[in-house]
Write a protein that binds this ligand. Structure first.
Ligand code: 13P
Length: 289
């Protein structure tokens, strides 16, 4: 199946009371693990690529080529979107769209609201001509994701009125309001701003995106979905599963030198982690209907 945008996926998720996972690609094994698990679980899936991982994985055209080749190789029939995560500029979003990404996040949350809206609108105008979807961020999500770090003091909650204005002025397809979730491991007990989440959902009518899906208690996830979250981003939990499996294998087999010996169990570990998330988010089984 050809790559699709997130628009229909997220509309269906809100209507069906579940969320679709965005799983961030780190290398070939992550990509194989996510696609095959989505197919086994009959789950729609969003493959996320952060800016830092574009050069690491060999550039945008290579990433699109790898994803499309694997979809064909594994005969993947569930809906798959290829999404730029936290695109920091108009330029990188356009480059991703030109390379065949079907969705982009323009994260201009480090600019003023006016500038954030202006850049987001320019990206949205181009993306929609190409049939791609757009996500924008309001407020600032704290923590570290790959090379992007937002210190605790810089993190801020999204304001409902700002979200309403952003949606009205830009025509984006989904919105990521910063409401207490963080990228990377949580320090202390996470507490999401669920009331504001509901309010933003009601006032904008758009599917909401929850970043920092790793390490959140299951109950907070379920409540976020009930409050209108249709997309949940996960990276750290999969990275931890991968690295732990490699470490355990190498500790038990110090003489090994064939990468397949430790990458096979690492890929299985990501599959198990992704499977758990698809079941928790309620997207498992949806693509069978
Ligand atoms: P985690 O790494 O905390 O799961 O967050 C991922 C994310 O939000 C990607 O945008």
């Amino acid at each position: 199946m050809a790559l699709v945008s997130m628009t229909g996926m997220l509309r269906d998720a809100n209507a069906g009371g579940y969320a679709v996972g965005q799983f961030n690609l780190n290398n070939l094994e992550f990509t194989q693990a996510f696609l095959t698990t989505a197919q086994e679980e009959a789950s729609p899936i969003i493959l996320g690529v952060s800016e830092a991982y574009i050069p690491y994985m060999g550039g945008l055209p290579f990433i699109t080529g790898m994803v499309n080749s694997l979809i064909e190789h594994y005969n993947i029939t569930v809906p798959v979107a290829l999404h730029l995560d936290h695109g920091s500029s108009y330029d990188v979003c356009i480059r991703a769209l030109k390379a065949g990404f079907t969705s982009v996040m323009i994260d201009a949350s480090h600019h003023s609201l006016e500038e954030n809206i202006e850049i987001t609108k320019r990206v949205t105008d181009v993306a929609h001509v190409l049939g791609a979807s757009v996500e924008a961020e309001l407020g600032r999500i704290g923590g570290r994701e790959d090379d992007l770090e937002v210190l605790e003091a810089e993190a801020s909650y999204a304001e409902t009125e700002d979200c309403v204005l952003m949606v009205r002025e830009t025509g984006i397809d989904c919105i990521a309001p910063a409401l207490g979730s963080v990228h990377g491991p949580y320090r202390g007990q996470p507490k999401l701003g669920l009331d504001r989440m509901k309010e933003i959902r009601e006032r904008t009518g758009l599917p909401l995106v929850l970043h920092g899906g790793s390490g959140l208690p299951d109950d907070e996830i379920r409540q976020a979905i009930a409050a209108g979250t249709a997309k949940i981003n996960v990276n750290t939990d999969n990275q931890i599963a991968f690295t732990k499996a490699v470490g355990e294998y190498l500790a038990a087999n110090p003489e090994t030198y064939d990468p397949r010996h430790y990458l096979n169990p690492a890929r299985e570990a990501i599959k198990a982690a992704a499977r758990d998330k698809m079941r928790l988010f309620g997207s498992a089984g949806i693509a069978r209907k």
